[in-house]
Structures are given as structure tokens and as C-alpha cells.
Design a protein around this ligand. Structure first.
Ligand SMILES: Nc1nc2c(ncn2[C@@H]2O[C@H](COP(=O)(O)OP(=O)(O)OP(=O)(O)O)[C@@H](O)[C@H]2O)c(=O)[nH]1
Ligand SMILES: [Mg+2]
Length: 293
């Protein structure tokens, strides 16, 4: 029997559920998720291992009109992921079928000249009868291989999506061994988990002004990891908010990040987090590179 494989980019406006969809397809969390837009900042690779096939997904930052250097780097990583793949999954939301970023997404898709499947996500939100007119409209806009309504949160519609994608795979190698589901390093995974908790625990500009680096990981005992992380923010007042009264905020972030890291690595973890002010890092190309963007 021949083996089928292919690279698939997941693209779309910010916050439409790209990372949720990837995690749900894999049955495993490889990408962080939050209610706030612009959570994903790098291309995140996730491998779906099937019977006789392999799909390599590239989750990407939301495509939008970028202003800061950080946002420009995010959008360009989405567009370059699109160039690497065999097929694109374009996601829009059922309740926002005309989100302002969609024309920019479709323009980039067209320039990349890749076949694409349109996923209409969040079908659990709003009336069901809104779906058919959206499908009709998008059928006319762009020659999609298929249009698949889904709810990434519950998994509804994902079997159909997988079938469509499988039909588009080509004979090819098994690019990743069965036990590998992502190419992210340990320290990147940990930094992302900390970042997700910052998105969950803080409001206003704090999530957008924070970057996380892992400075060291030491295996102290057989089952104890000592991890030291640094949260970079853009101003002293942000540092104050992130630390919180009597260190309450940073403690809460550290605690929930630690629990998730422990689950992921199957080890006890001691997580130390420090906050450093790096003025305007999100607008400084050199700082961005140092922080992994
Ligand atoms: N109701 C509902 N919410 C969803 C669904 N899929 C995703 N979400 C929610 O939408 C929000 C954004 O999800 P993400 O997966 O982070 O979206 P994203 O497109 O990766 O966002 P960025 O990385 O910021 O571009 C989260 O709060 C998800 O729980 C869905 O099918 N239904
Ligand atoms: Mg995301």
C-alpha cells in the first residue's frame, strides 16, 4: 500500500480558531489558545498520524494589517508558511463572515497559488440558517476544493474536514516518526505555556507587550525539572501589573503554567519567573529576533 502525506497551512484572520482546530485535529495540545486575538506569534507545526497517511499542519499567526514590527513578523511568518505547503485550510467564523481581514487573507492565498479548503468555524455560535448563504457566497468568491462547516471546540465536522484533506494528500514519505507530534523545542513549548497563562490572567495591553524566554532548564533529580523563565515587558508600569500586589499575579501565572508543564513533561517542575523591562521590544527588530520573532 502506498503512503500518503502532505503539508497543510492553517491560515485566517486572528482569533478565528486556527490553533483550536489544530489541537482538536491532533487530539493533543501543541498550540496555545486564548480568547484574545494575536495569540499565536510563530508558525506551529503539528503532525497528524493516520492509518497509511500523515498530515503535517502549520498553524500560523492571524493575517491582519500589521503596524508594529512584531505584527509584521507574525504576518510574514503566516505568509511564508503558506509558501511551504501543498494545500491551505482557510478559516473564517460563521458569525463574522465578513471580518475586515478576510480580503487580505484571500489576496495572500491567491498570490501563493495553493489549492485551499474553506473552513467555517464556530458553527455553534448564532443561528444555523446563516450558514447556507455564507457557503453560497464563498463558493462564488474563490475556487475552494471544499467548504466545510465545523465547530473546532467540540470537534463537529472535523471528520469531514479530514476526509477532504486526505483526498488531497499525495504519495509521499512519512516525514515524522509516529511518536513525534511537533517540532517545537522543550524551551519553546514552556515559554508558550507561560505566554498562554499571561493571556488568560491579564488584560489590556499586557499580553501584547509580553514575550517569554526560558533561560535555563535543569534536571535536578530523576523527576524534578528546575526551569527559569523571563517575561519581557515594555514598561515599568506593565512590570508592576504583571507582578501584581504582593506578587499575586505572577504567582498565579507561574502556578498554572507549572501545572501544565508538569502534565506535558510528566515530571515535577519548579518554575521560577522573573520580569524584565525591555523598552518597546515589539517595535525593535533586533530585540524581536532575540526574543524569537
Ligand atoms: N464558540 C466557539 N469558540 C471557539 C471555537 N473554536 C475556537 N473557539 C474559541 O475562539 C478563541 C480563539 O481561538 P484560537 O484557537 O486561539 O484562535 P486563533 O485563530 O488561533 O487565534 P490567533 O492565534 O490569535 O490568531 C478561543 O477562545 C477559542 O476557545 C468554536 O468552534 N466555537
Ligand atoms: Mg492561534
Amino acid at each position: 500500500m502506498t503512503f500518503l502525506s502532505g503539508f497543510i497551512a492553517i491560515i485566517g484572520p486572528p482569533n478565528v480558531g486556527k490553533s483550536t482546530l489544530l489541537n482538536r485535529l491532533l487530539g493533543k495540545k501543541v498550540a496555545i489558545v486564548s480568547r484574545k486575538p494575536q495569540t499565536t506569534r510563530n508558525r506551529i507545526l503539528g503532525v497528524l498520524h493516520g492509518e497509511g497517511f500523515q498530515m503535517i499542519f502549520l498553524d500560523t499567526p492571524g493575517i491582519h494589517k500589521a503596524r508594529t514590527s512584531l505584527h509584521k513578523s507574525m504576518v510574514s511568518s503566516a505568509i511564508s508558511a503558506l509558501k511551504e505547503v501543498d494545500i491551505a485550510v482557510v478559516i473564517i467564523e460563521k458569525h463574522r463572515p465578513h471580518a475586515p481581514e478576510i480580503p487580505l487573507v484571500l489576496k495572500n492565498l491567491k498570490q501563493a497559488e495553493k489549492p485551499a479548503v474553506l473552513v467555517i468555524n464556530k458553527i455553534d455560535l448564532g443561528p444555523r440558517e446563516h450558514l447556507l448563504p455564507i457557503i453560497d457566497e464563498y463558493r462564488k468568491i474563490s475556487p475552494f476544493e471544499a467548504i466545510v462547516p465545523v465547530c473546532a471546540l467540540t470537534g463537529e465536522g472535523l471528520d469531514s474536514l479530514q476526509d477532504v484533506l486526505k483526498r488531497n494528500l499525495k504519495t509521499g514519505p512519512m516525514f515524522f516518526p509516529q511518536d513525534i507530534s511537533t517540532d517545537q523545542t522543550e524551551s519553546f513549548l514552556m515559554a508558550e505555556i507561560v505566554r498562554e497563562k499571561i493571556y488568560q490572567h491579564t488584560g489590556d495591553e499586557i499580553p501584547y507587550s509580553s514575550a517569554v524566554t526560558i533561560e535555563s532548564i535543569n534536571e535536578k533529580a530523576k523527576d524534578l525539572l528546575v526551569v527559569s523563565g523571563l517575561i519581557h515587558v515594555e514598561s515599568n508600569s506593565q512590570k508592576g501589573i504583571l507582578i501584581g500586589q504582593k506578587g499575586k499575579m505572577i504567582k498565579a501565572i507561574g502556578q498554572s503554567a507549572r501545572m501544565e508543564i508538569e502534565n506535558l513533561f510528566g515530571m515535577r517542575v519548579y518554575l521560577e519567573l522573573n520580569v524584565r523591562v525591555e523598552k518597546n521590544w515589539s517595535r525593535n527588530p533586533r530585540a524581536l529576533r532575540r526574543l524569537g520573532y
